[in-house]
Design a protein around this ligand. Structure first.
Ligand code: FUB
Ligand code: ZN
Length: 654
């Protein structure tokens, strides 16, 4: 018997050594709290968020709008009226989460004091049974949990995320205890009573997984899974379905594990699939994977803008028909691009495939970053790809989900740079940074230096405490190997791919490519330096012919950056510019406000109409194209990403 026991142990040991990847999750993330960002591109943005964006969020949340006042009213118990929209609590929580991340990078006593004050107010508004929502508490508490569309669990999800973030940064438990009490209340009200409930706006699923990870209490993981399992079974009938006339609006038409098509509201969809990926990674339930891969293909192959933005239609704040990607009227909510970053990060962890980071990078540097002004205190809610000059960045919005969402993303940018296993390091984003990780059984200091996205040189230096063996996986972006995006929604007009060379300590190395990564598996010692040089030539992009709105047009990219022409650089006009096939590009240093960028110049015809409207005139001009994310920082201006190749596609703004 004893012998059998030893054999069984031995077998288990061998099996776990042979199949170490039995886990669904292939890569672990490296949390931003272990990463010091030193990057010339991102560090100033993180500072801007810390010193300006958060102040703007605080001012709007506390002074200009009644969001904090609603919490104070609940605590006063004087029958005062709720002000604002039923989901406004979520903006308080999301700002708090951004504050928590920022405090980790930039300790700031005053900011922490502000966060503590807000937390006291939030805690004072929690009811004894754990319920917390100022809208229902101040309007009619008897109506709580009766309308699935009313975002009670969406707000709860953002509270939980803020609580976990604040606890991780400060070690203070007050908000975490509030979140636990609220999550317990929800769990007892629904899952434990098997009372059906479909969250009208997903968010709580991913938040509950964070709560599970910090508390280690699997009750929250089960609740997250239960939320996913409620969808697509008709339980939303009567509430969310009535509101939107179509269960697909909130991804409630088909059970999550059977979904194959992207539908409905873009932010809800992104949070849903992020939650599903998180649940999969923590339960090892592969049941969501096929669905997520199919839906992801549907997004990326047929429904994504070149900027990585999604959700073309303002009517449903979401997806319309395949290939329907209008440029001027593109909705492309900032939150949806932020959601793309979240979901693609999780898909990369689950699969180890770099194509998800290619999409993440596109959404991050273009669709999401466009949501934040260069001054840090103005925002875009929608991010169109063309403008007749009527768009402007705003200080705030009635529905103010986007400002704090982009703030929390920038403040936690360190989350997206690296991935790891016990004996593998993944470099996903090229962002100057330092971290120390346990690799191959030794502590390894990693120092990544680069001037990306303006320059393609990437240098990674290792300082292990002792010689250690691990596999370095360096992402070779799809835009280097000829695929601007996975699939063929967008293609390079030329086929001039430059091969990538990698050196170790100055000598070329052979490397194998796996899942889109160059893999160098060897023993590393102190001061080993790996260098990779990504070609940064300007490339023309064309769309599949099904995208009618881009027909006869071309866009330009350099590295991960999508470019546009803006009136501010081109004699106040952009819609009259052509980009013929034979135009040559010239890259030069340029500044937009204080942002140092690379501009792309080309000489091309501009069309103008005489004042009397009788003559059309074409004149060759020197045109300046700028990174898309920097547009509309110098007032209202015409702008265009997809530039007509010939005059017959020009649509002038008269
Ligand atoms: O409903 C809450 C948020 O407001 C959504 O995520 C955004 O799309 C906006 O509708
Ligand atoms: Zn938003």
């Amino acid at each position: 018997m004893k012998r059998f026991y030893y054999i069984a142990i031995l077998f288990t040991f061998i099996a776990s050594a042979v199949f170490p990847q039995n886990q669904l999750k292939k890569i672990d993330g490296v949390n931003f709290s272990n990463v010091v960002v030193t990057d010339d591109f991102w560090k100033p943005k993180m500072e801007k968020v810390a010193t300006t964006t958060l102040d703007a969020c605080i001012y709007q949340t506390e002074v200009k709008t009644p969001r904090i006042r609603n919490f104070e009213k609940v605590a006063r118990h004087q029958g005062e009226k709720h002000e604002g929209i039923y989901y406004d609590d979520s903006d308080v929580y999301k700002a708090l989460e951004a504050m928590a991340y920022s405090l980790k990078n930039h300790p700031d006593k005053n900011l922490e004091k502000k966060a503590d004050d807000w937390i006291d107010k939030i805690a004072a508004a929690q009811l004894p049974d754990g319920y917390l929502n100022t809208y229902f508490t101040l309007t009619d508490l008897s109506k709580r949990w009766t309308d699935m569309e009313k975002h009670e669990d969406y707000c709860a999800g953002h509270l939980i995320e803020a609580a976990v973030a604040y606890y991780n940064t400060t070690g203070k438990r007050k908000l975490l205890d509030v979140a636990i009490k609220l999550a317990n209340h929800i769990d007892s009200t629904f899952r434990l009573q098997n009372r059906h409930w479909v969250s009208g706006h997903q968010e709580i699923e991913l938040a509950l997984v964070k709560l599970y990870r910090v508390t280690k209490n699997d009750r929250y993981l089960k609740l997250a899974d239960w939320y996913l399992d409620q969808r697509g079974k008709g339980y939303g009938k009567g509430t969310i379905w009535d509101e939107w006339k179509d269960p697909a609006y909130c991804q409630d038409k088909v059970p999550v594990k059977e979904q194959t098509k992207i539908t409905g509201h873009a932010v809800r969809a992104m949070y849903l699939y992020t939650g599903a990926a998180d649940v999969s990674a923590n339960t090892n339930d592969s049941g969501y994977m096929d669905a997520m891969k199919a839906v992801w293909n549907d997004v990326v192959y047929r429904n994504m803008y070149l900027t990585g933005g999604i959700g073309s239609s303002g009517d449903n704040e979401g997806f319309s028909k395949d290939y329907d990607l209008p440029n001027e009227n593109a909705y492309c909510e900032t939150c949806a691009s932020v959601g793309m970053v979240f979901w693609n990060q999780r898909m990369n962890w689950l699969t180890g495939d770099s194509k998800y980071i290619d999409v993440l990078e596109r959404s991050l540097y273009n669709g999401a970053l466009d949501g934040l002004s260069l001054t840090g205190d103005h925002f875009f809610y929608g991010n169109p790809l063309a403008s007749a000059g009527n768009n402007s960045r705003r200080e705030w919005f009635g529905t103010a989900c986007c400002p704090s969402n982009i703030a929390r993303l920038v403040a936690s940018i360190g989350d997206y740079i690296y991935g790891k296993t016990d004996d593998g390091l993944w470099v996903n984003l090229f962002i100057g940074s330092k971290t120390t990780l346990q690799l191959g059984g030794a502590k390894v200091a990693v120092n990544l230096q680069t001037e990306y996205p303006w320059d393609g040189k990437i240098k990674v230096e290792f300082a292990p405490e002792k010689k250690t063996k691990f596999a370095l996986h360096l992402r070779i972006p799809g835009w280097v190997t000829g695929e601007p995006v996975p699939g063929d929604l967008y293609m390079f007009a030329d086929k001039e791919n430059t091969p990538v060379t990698i050196t170790v300590n100055g000598k070329n190395v052979e490397f194998k490519t796996e899942n889109g990564y160059a893999v160098i598996d060897r023993e590393w010692k102190k001061n080993d330096v790996v260098e990779m040089n990504l070609p940064m030539n300007v490339r023309r992009i064309v769309s599949r012919p099904e995208v009618k709105q881009d027909a006869g047009r071309v866009a330009i990219e350099r590295g991960p950056i999508v470019y546009c022409v803006e009136g501010a650089d081109n004699n106040k006009k952009a819609l009259n510019i052509m980009l013929p096939d034979n135009a040559l590009f010239n890259v030069r240093d340029f500044s937009i406000l204080n942002e140092k960028v690379k501009a792309v110049n080309f000489s091309a015809p501009e069309v103008s109409i005489s004042d009397d409207g009788l003559n059309v005139h074409t004149e060759k001009k020197e045109i300046t194209a700028i990174p898309y994310y920097t547009w509309c920082n110098r007032g209202q201006n015409e702008m265009e990403v997809w530039i007509p190749k010939k005059a017959d596609n020009i649509k002038l703004n008269n």
